[in-house]
Ligand binder design. Structure first.
Ligand SMILES: Nc1ncnc2c1ncn2[C@@H]1O[C@H](COP(=O)(O)OP(=O)(O)O)[C@@H](O)[C@H]1O
Ligand SMILES: [Mg+2]
Length: 224
């Protein structure tokens, strides 16, 4: 299925890796990505860190529109299209060139977030979201996606001291539906998804993630 997972040598020498991190707000994605990036940097590697929505100058402007609490009246379809627009720019401007250059990309949310947030949370459905994601991604797919699973109420409780954006401020019901989306991915049988128990400590989450990444280092991506 994945045309880029050929030989081990190929993996190591000719292409980068796109690793995405998904999960509810407060599930520890940013904390985890920082820890992985620090480890990689200490070993002389230079991962590319990006976040969604945003990650490009145009995407950051779209991000501001999306997350601004002044955008309260935004309909679900506009939200979806803006997310996808930001993603299309990110793929072409940053992700595709970095992969071609053999870089490892750690992405704080990506296409699956639209399935969870707009597909499940806004109830637009995966059948609406998937073709739009395809417009943004073309044939590109993350090599690995870590699903940081945490009941949304626990995630929200961790965010009490953080300034909240428009999506953070959504109802508990909305966040439950988003979580349902992530849970559906976890049981989808797609081996790209790796569940990380986000009720665990940051150190335990890091260890679990590194366990998967170590196998990847040994060229075992297709057996993960
Ligand atoms: N495994 C964890 N257990 C408890 N608290 C955590 C954990 N990981 C992160 N946190 C804390 O929870 C808050 C949200 O973490 P963050 O990494 O920003 O989550 P996200 O990026 O998924 O929204 C932060 O205050 C962070 O210090
Ligand atoms: Mg974060």
């Amino acid at each position: 299925m994945n045309p880029r997972s050929n030989e081990q040598q190929d993996l190591a020498e000719h292409r980068g890796l796109l690793i995405t991190f998904e999960g509810p707000e407060g599930s520890g994605k940013t904390t985890l990505i920082k820890a992985i990036a620090e480890l990689m940097t200490s070993r002389g590697e230079q991962p590319l860190l990006i976040r969604e929505p945003g990650g490009t100058a145009i995407g950051e402007r779209i991000r501001n529109i999306l997350l601004d609490t002044a955008s309260e009246g935004m309909c679900s379809e506009t939200e979806l299209l803006l997310m996808v627009a930001s993603r299309a720019q990110l793929v072409r401007e940053k992700i595709a060139p970095a992969l071609a250059a053999g870089m490892i990309i750690l992405c704080d949310r990506f296409a699956d977030a639209s399935v969870a947030y707009q597909g499940y949370g806004r109830e637009l459905g995966e059948s609406t979201v998937a073709p739009l994601n395809k417009v943004a991604l073309g044939d590109l797919e993350p090599d690995l996606t870590f699903l940081c699973l945490l009941p949304p109420a626990e995630g929200q409780a961790r965010l009490v001291n953080r300034a909240t954006d428009r999506l953070d401020r959504e109802t508990a019901l909305f966040h439950e539906k988003v979580y349902e989306g992530y849970q559906a991915m976890a049981v989808s049988g797609d081996l790209r998804f790796k569940v990380i128990d986000a009720t665990a400590s940051p150190a335990e989450m890091l260890a679990a993630t590194l366990g998967h990444l170590k196998r990847l280092e040994h060229g075992l991506l297709k057996y993960l």
